[in-house]
Design a protein around this ligand. Structure first.
Ligand code: M6R
Length: 340
């Protein structure tokens, strides 16, 4: 709209103090000064932010809170001028995320968009942002956008921590591994045949639990989301530390459970979870690190979620094919959820 101006050209000439401010403003500085970072998203995009949260906390030193966009709106949760709200959305058009953006903006927060769609409503509506550049994602189930979202948030975390000398070595190590990540993902893609065999074994099951923790809590949630969304099998991702607070009651000799027990800081705790599930006769599938020593010097723990989800995506895919459901267009779902 032209407002009080006669022409768009005239309006745009007058807008230059604002547009230049937005262009040259050091958003990273503003984020570094914020009292809190909020990640806001839905579904897989929320899970991606959850996977990267520990790296952001470690490198920025700023408290990070996670918000499912609809829940934030339902509660009208408090957002302040000193907050940075980061909106994660593959499509950049998700209705709840978009409404949460308007809400955060009206509360004065700095709003950052992480989307895979240039020119999307979220990309346009945020103060600044990062384009995933993951390429067009057609399947309703988000897969490649998920790993790219984690990668982008990790890079943002490193940029936020760039002034800290004490973490410089660690930042360099993470960057080195990040550059090698595509070849590591290529390696795990070779597990396709194994995942097909596993899917053949699981295809008649009613239900699947996935236990993860630490860096791989989000991996468990995302695996379960993928399995239920495309293969239409009930699946639940569980933070393993909560096992005794309810989920353990489900475990018997019929229940299939995936335990993510990768060699990382959570390994000992996950081994104990594994033993306890075994003691209840749970039918376990343990996801562990192959050739531990060699693999581990190459992969920083915080980057593992981008590797670990890949075989689980393959599993969800193969399960869906075996069960005869539509892989690319799952029942009742749309790629871009533009209504609430
Ligand atoms: O486009 P968005 O990332 O905002 O979409 C959010 C969710 O609808 C989306 O991530 C959904 O959970 C996935 N399609 C599931 O695979």
């Amino acid at each position: 709209r032209k407002g009080n101006f006669e022409h768009f050209m005239q309006k745009e000439i007058h807008e230059q103090p604002d547009s230049l401010t937005m262009t040259i403003r050091d958003h990273l500085k503003t984020i570094r000064r914020s009292r809190r970072i909020l990640f806001i998203g839905c579904g897989t995009s929320y899970n991606a932010a959850l996977a990267a949260r520990p790296v952001v906390e470690e490198h920025s030193g700023i408290p990070v809170t996670m918000e499912i966009a609809s829940d934030l709106l339902d509660r009208q949760g408090p957002i302040y001028r000193e907050d940075t709200a980061i909106f994660v959305s593959q499509s950049g058009e998700t209705a709840y995320t978009l409404e949460a953006l308007e809400y955060a903006k009206s509360n004065g927060a700095l709003c950052v968009g992480i989307t895979n769609t240039v020119g999307s409503a979220i990309a346009r509506g945020t103060h600044c942002g990062i384009h995933l550049n993951a390429g067009c994602e057609i399947g309703v189930a988000s897969t490649k956008a998920y790993t790219s979202q984690i990668a982008v948030i990790v890079m943002l975390a490193l940029a936020l921590g760039v002034d800290s000398l004490s973490t410089q070595q660690r930042r360099n190590a993470i960057m080195d591994v990040l550059y090698n990540l595509p070849s590591k993902v290529r390696d795990v893609l070779k597990l396709d045949r194994d995942m097909k065999e596993l899917a053949a074994l699981l295809m008649e099951e009613q239900s699947l639990l996935v236990f993860g923790r630490g860096y791989n809590y989000a991996t468990a949630l995302e695996c379960a989301l993928k399995v239920k969304q495309v293969s239409l099998m009930h699946a639940e991702g569980i933070v393993a530390g909560d096992m005794k607070h309810g989920p353990l009651a489900l475990v018997d000799e019929t229940l299939r459970i995936i335990v993510i027990a990768i060699r990382d800081a959570s390994l000992n705790k996950q081994q104990s979870v594994r033993q306890q599930l075994k003691a209840r006769k749970g039918r376990l599938i343990v996801m562990c690190t192959e050739g531990d020593a060699e693999f581990m010097c190459l992969i920083e723990h915080c980057l593992q979620p981008m590797i670990n989800i890949v075989p689980l995506q393959l599993l969800a895919y193969q399960l869906t094919v075996f069960r005869g459901f539509n892989v690319d267009q799952p029942r009742n779902l749309a790629k871009s959820v533009t209504t609430q």
